[in-house]
Design a protein around this ligand. Structure first.
Ligand SMILES: Cc1ncc(COP(=O)(O)O)c(C=O)c1O
Length: 368
């Protein structure tokens, strides 16, 4: 069998080629490679898309999280509550500012942070909560916001790196809490051709702080009023996202169809999978099943030309870099079990029904 792509950026590129070429040529012509007009255009369009007051584009999803925490004034001695079952960035930015990541275990069915476990972790040092909308499905944001509100309105930052375009109870991901942060890493549901990201907030003071921090804490040209970073998103990358925006809704609709078909086939074959809740839609940044003897299953799928990935094999509390936190194996049993069993399959808007059937047939044999 010919190898099936895990994601298919080439098919997408073919579909958007005229708009892509037009957008890139336009940037080359005006030559404003940093903070050119496409930056503001993208920010306006993304703010309108999500319904959030302001969008601030930045150089990556990681930088979006870092700048957001800096805007909230998080620093040494502070604690930030998050999930251990995420990409390293989520915990890394907390530690980078000298604050302590405080982990909360996940729900076994969605693999998102378990809102019911947050309250027990709140202390007088808690400065923020960062739920991650993993695999493209928003976490239980109402419950998380309610806990935060009960404890003096702790700011909630949604790490929506994987969930741009998803929704929760009618609201768009990135518009579900104090701040939303996303990533335009090429493989994300809305990706550019390099690194990129965005911060969303309807709080004008926080938005202004993020804009200043993005450019070395600059409030006016050569006036630096706070410590910042070099965190702008390139004009060219903004132009590429703009070229993809026209068909983003179509791509989301395809992702939903493919996710639903995958779900139906997995259920028919009794293959355990990450579940989606009825009150939200996932953009299926990943389509993820839960298997035993994962290495063997991956090997069999690989031999049949089906690539797989593991998001994520080691929960953050067991990463060497977080050893100083002193959290041993067994501290977060649900996340640890998920890390042993999750396996993501090819997922992109250009998958055909026949390929899906093919994949599921081989998965069934591989996990039998
Ligand atoms: C959950 C999560 N948070 C943060 C990031 C960081 O995004 P970036 O790679 O754009 O820095 C990612 C990217 O993989 C992610 O999946």
């Amino acid at each position: 069998m010919a190898k099936i792509p895990f994601i298919d950026l080439a098919a997408q590129q073919e579909k958007i080629r005229p708009e892509l070429d037009r957008r890139i040529q336009s940037v080359l012509k005006h030559g404003q490679y940093i903070m050119g007009p496409e930056v503001a255009e993208l920010e306006e369009k993304l703010a309108a898309y999500t319904g959030v007051g302001q969008c601030i584009t930045v150089s990556s999803g990681t930088e979006a999280l870092l700048i957001s925490l800096m805007a909230l004034g998080v620093g040494p001695g502070d604690e930030v509550i998050t999930t251990p079952f995420t990409f390293v960035s989520t915990g890394e930015v907390i530690a980078l500012l000298g604050a302590t990541p405080v982990f909360v275990d996940i729900e076994p069915d969605t693999c998102n942070m378990d809102a019911a476990r947050i309250e027990a972790k709140i202390t007088s040092c808690t400065r923020a909560i960062i739920p991650v909308s993993l695999y493209g499905q928003p976490a239980d944001m109402d419950e998380i916001n309610a806990v935060a509100a009960r404890h003096g309105n702790i700011p909630v930052i949604e790490d929506a790196a994987q969930s741009f375009g998803a929704s929760y109870k009618g609201g768009k991901s990135c518009n579900l809490s104090t701040i939303g942060c996303t990533s335009f890493f090429p493989s994300k549901p809305l990706g550019c051709y390099g690194d990129g990201g965005a911060i969303f907030t309807s709080d004008p003071t926080l938005a202004q702080a993020c804009r200043e921090i993005r450019v070395h804490g600059q409030s006016k040209r050569y006036v630096h009023t706070r410590i910042g970073v070099g965190g702008r998103m390139d004009t060219l990358q903004c132009a590429i996202v703009l070229a993809k925006l026209h068909q983003f809704d179509w791509e989301i609709a395809r992702r939903l169809e493919i996710g639903a078909t995958y779900n139906r086939l997995m259920d028919e074959h009794r293959i355990e999978r990450v579940r989606q809740r009825n009150d939200r839609t996932s953009v299926f940044a990943q389509y993820t099943v839960l298997v035993e003897r994962r290495d063997e299953a991956q090997e069999r799928l690989n031999m049949a030309g089906i690539p797989t990935a593991v998001h994520y094999p080691v929960p953050l509390h067991l990463q060497p870099v977080f050893e100083p936190l002193g959290l041993k194996a067994g501290s977060f049993p649900v996340a640890e079990a998920a890390a042993r069993r999750v396996m993501s399959l090819p997922m992109h808007p250009y998958l055909t029904a026949a390929t899906l059937e093919q994949i599921v047939t081989v998965v069934r044999e591989a996990v039998a």
